[in-house]
Design a protein around this ligand. Structure first.
Ligand code: GAR
Length: 192
């Protein structure tokens, strides 16, 4: 089986990006991260990309006339790098039909809640403030709706504590494992 070529899109810290890169470099994923796409030129994830020697495309959406315009540039880069799978990892922007049609069925997203509960930004805070007792993570194919699309995997765990930082650490640790396992599952099932 050929090694799959992955692109990761991120806007911030990049812990999921790093987890996927390390899994590829360590042989846990039969793939290679060939490109990071980042819409925040100051984001910490760019430092991580540099550290791991991953090519990055950082852009400011304000420098473009429209979302379609910058997405066409991104699609050209993905094509150039022969990307098999796009992994959104804290990319806090909706994709337009330019990306969605060009890479249909080949874009996945990780979200820190049990969808369809707590969509959108600050999902962990939303769930914590709501007082849920079961938390979790979802990975799904990306469609136009916010955090919508076929669910590929979900994992839940109980938490009844009151320490938000501890909860957040638990969710991030679960995210990293689940993203790696889910990418492997897609590759193993020849879904990408
Ligand atoms: C992750 O928790 C990810 O699930 C979330 O952003 C965080 C990014 O963390 N994504 C969303 O909320 C998407 N709606 P990271 O930059 O450390 O990987």
């Amino acid at each position: 089986m050929a090694t799959k070529r992955l692109a990761v899109f991120a806007s911030g810290n990049g812990s999921n990006f790093e987890a996927v890169v390390r899994a590829c470099q360590g042989g846990r994923i039969r793939g290679e991260v060939v490109l990071l796409v980042c819409d925040k030129p100051q984001a910490y994830v760019l430092r991580r990309a540099k550290e791991y020697g991953i090519e990055a495309f950082a852009f400011n959406p304000k420098d473009y006339a429209s979302k379609g315009e910058y997405e066409r540039e991104i699609v050209a880069l993905l094509d150039l790098h022969k990307v098999d799978l796009v992994c959104l990892a804290g990319y806090m922007r909706l994709l337009s039909s330019v990306m969605l049609t060009s890479y249909e069925g080949r874009i996945i997203n990780i979200h820190p809640s049990l969808l369809p509960a707590f969509k959108g930004a600050r999902a962990i805070e939303q769930a914590f403030e709501y007082g849920v007792k079961i938390y979790g993570v979802t990975i799904h194919f990306v469609e136009e709706a916010v955090d919508g699309g076929e669910i590929i995997s979900q994992q839940a765990f109980p938490y009844e504590g009151s320490d938000f930082d501890e909860l957040e650490r638990m969710i991030h640790a679960l995210e990293h494992e689940l993203y790696i396992n889910t990418i492997n599952k897609l590759i193993a099932e020849s879904r990408i």
